[in-house]
Design a protein around this ligand. Sequence first.
Ligand SMILES: [Zn+2]
Length: 187
Amino acid sequence: MLTLSKLIDEDKCYETIRTMRWPDGVCCTDCGAKNITKRGKHATYSARQRYICGECGRHFDDLTDTIFAGRHQPLKTWIACLYLMGLNVSNQQIADELSLHKDDVHQMTSELRQAVADKRPEVQLSGTVEFDEVYVTAGHKGQPEQVKKKGARDADGKLERASGARYARNGKTADLRDDSARWRSGD
Ligand SMILES: [Zn+2]
């Protein structure tokens, strides 16, 4: 059977990883030095280049210290999985496309999502934080589909707008009682 992973070039995947992690040339994963010598290819994956650092002597390869290191599946399978995740494809569909077991795909997508989440910088809020308007579904009066379609727009009084709540006013914790979260019209 023809599968997506058979169409993907493993060499191209490694090339992409190298360009992404070392846009200005290979650096040591330990000390950051640029004095690097190539040291042959990986025993199993022939596209995977190995290196040695001329400064600290560290041995590493294209995938060292990345989420793709030490994996059972070849790099192209992981790249294809990431690509399909970007298309919002289900784990079952990914499993079918890549000839994998659904449980393995579940494990892969969970780990990839976690890795993306870990990379995301934490949002730091400080001082006075305000948010402006918030929409709350107050009831659909027997027409849930209509409300869903209209989204955040005023669905004939079914969606009510609350005015801005203020957090950390004068450096204190949230006080939502004064001018916030009031219904615009009673329901
Ligand atoms: Zn080094």
